[in-house]
Design a protein around this ligand. Structure first.
Ligand SMILES: *[C@@H]1O[C@H](CO)[C@@H](O)[C@H](O)[C@H]1NC(C)=O
Ligand SMILES: *[C@@H]1O[C@H](CO)[C@@H](O)[C@H](O)[C@H]1NC(C)=O
Ligand SMILES: *[C@@H]1O[C@H](CO)[C@@H](O)[C@H](O)[C@H]1NC(C)=O
Ligand SMILES: *[C@@H]1O[C@H](CO)[C@@H](O)[C@H](O)[C@H]1NC(C)=O
Length: 437
């Protein structure tokens, strides 16, 4: 074939593939995350083919403003080596608390129109969350209810405490695509803030790291550990998986530990803790649980709690820093614990255990729904365990103000019934306020 014929063919092929759908520049899997502060929102989406530009058009009444970002080529680690492009656009200079409409894409294709509300200003407001872990594509029991509640404006943000899709990498990462498509009806409207779980471990956690965009400032820049401020709270997400997978190298354990330590020092500077008295952590594998499956958290010297000789004890670090509340998942069940440190239960008082407790509070909320079904509990409830439920569902949390934080557990099995609730009341926060030795 002559060069000329060849190049004509190449042009025709290119045109045909555009027309026949071989080229795919249509945005999908749109999701939001908070940026570094209330004036920033990050929009992340995927296209199968490169689109050259990554654009968010947005505004309050019409989409008369433009923000541009970049796309990264992702190659899945599976045998097909499937590729897609992750587009990330930081929409900046937003008016805190303002509602915006937006769509994303490029001249080769646009998403539907979605809305978001920029984070309200300052720390004097009451953020509302849905918190859960362990939601797959198959048997994603809580999904419909979460989509409905989100679109009705019940939440400001989601905290997904690890384990998604089961698994992101399955079927050459098509499960990851499917999960992100399902979750779009939530995540395109409110920030979907994540930490990593064991089900994201494949190929060095690539399907997790390449699909999300958590606030990078101060974090590892790979979505594995990071923190952000919201209302009267400082939220820290970290990877429990560094203790169980070495693909990241054992140095990562101490890198993360030192980062958490530094982040807590910063959060505990008097002016910071004054403005944001609540410090909340999210990590996938629990420090404590009373399930039957022999997981790390069932062991007295659990690695996540003690550091397992690989790092100093996380539990001690959190206790000393005056961390108020710790969310975990991994166990496909719900377990609320009495305030506890080193297996010692330290109630605020017998009548009001969660009023000024002298130790942190732990919640395991890993029952959003996945094909691995439920994890049962051992018959004898340990004395640190307050309530244990094996319904599918998720946790709602409202941080009312500096002193009052409310949580309730929604059962999807029981048609949205509230099956547990607790008000955590603290007049004092901060390092040195605990007394549970
Ligand atoms: C990609 O962007 C460059 C620079 O903006 C432009 O010159 C080129 O025509 C674009 N290509 C496509 C296929 O849109
Ligand atoms: C895993 O990813 C991290 C971060 O990109 C990198 O530092 C590390 O070398 C990777 N490990 C392997 C085994 O590829
Ligand atoms: C903590 O409070 C609960 C609820 O009053 C109670 O059942 C439990 O025994 C208390 N634990 C301790 C160690 O005081
Ligand atoms: C904090 O919130 C609680 C629960 O809504 C309320 O009872 C209390 O009065 C609030 N405190 C302040 C100072 O507004």
């Amino acid at each position: 074939m002559s060069t000329m014929v060849a190049s004509i063919c190449a042009v025709l092929l290119c045109l045909f593939s555009h027309v026949l759908g071989g080229f795919y520049g249509q945005p999908e899997q749109v999701h939001l995350s908070y940026g570094e502060d209330a004036t920033t929102m990050v929009v992340t989406w995927v296209t199968k083919d490169p689109t050259n530009t990554s654009i968010v058009e947005y505004g309050t009444n019409d989409m008369n403003m433009i923000a541009k970002g970049v796309a990264d080529l992702f190659t899945d680690g599976g045998p097909e080596k499937r590729i897609f492009y992750t587009h990330r656009v930081k929409v900046m200079n937003l008016t805190p608390g303002q509602k915006y409409m937006y769509h994303c894409g490029s001249h080769l294709g646009w998403s539907d129109i979605f809305t978001f509300t920029a984070m309200p200003p300052g720390s004097d407001w009451s953020p509302r969350f849905a918190v859960y872990g362990d939601m797959g594509n198959i048997n994603a029991q809580s999904m419909g209810r979460l989509q409905e509640e989100t679109q009705r404006g019940h939440f400001d943000a989601i905290l997904h405490v690890g384990d998604m899709a089961y698994n992101m990498d399955t079927d050459n990462a098509r499960f990851g695509d499917e999960f992100m498509r399902q979750v779009e009806a939530v995540a395109a409207y409110i920030p979907y803030m994540t930490c990593v779980g064991n089900h994201e471990s494949a190929y060095n956690f690539s399907n997790y790291r390449e699909r999300f965009t958590m606030p990078a400032a101060g974090g590892d820049g790979q979505n594995l550990w990071w923190s952000f401020n919201i209302g009267p709270a400082h939220i820290i997400a970290f990877s429990t998986e560094v203790y169980f997978y070495t693909s990241y190298g054992t140095a990562q354990i101490m890198n993360q530990f030192s980062w958490i330590e530094q982040d807590l020092i910063e959060a505990n500077k008097p002016e910071n803790r004054q403005a944001r008295p609540w410090i909340i952590t999210m990590g996938h594998r629990p420090a404590y649980c009373s399930n039957t499956d022999g997981d790390d958290c069932t062991k007295h010297q659990s690695i996540v709690r003690t550091g397992g000789g690989k790092s100093p004890s996380l539990e001690t670090l959190f206790y000393k820093a005056g961390v108020d509340l710790q969310f975990w998942a991994h166990e496909h069940s719900y377990e609320r614990e009495w305030p506890v440190y080193n297996f010692k239960v330290c109630n605020g008082s017998l009548d009001a255990p969660y009023t000024n407790p002298p130790a942190p509070v732990h919640i395991v909320t890993g029952s959003a729904g996945c094909q691995e079904r439920h994890d049962p509990f051992i018959a004898d409830k340990p004395d640190w365990s307050a309530i244990r439920l094996d319904d599918y569902g998720y946790t709602r949390m409202t941080i009312h103000n500096r002193t009052h934080l409310y949580m309730e557990q929604v059962s999807d099995d029981q048609d949205g019934k509230i099956v547990d609730k607790v008000m955590l009341i603290k007049d004092k926060h901060g390092p040195g306020t605990y007394n549970c030795m």
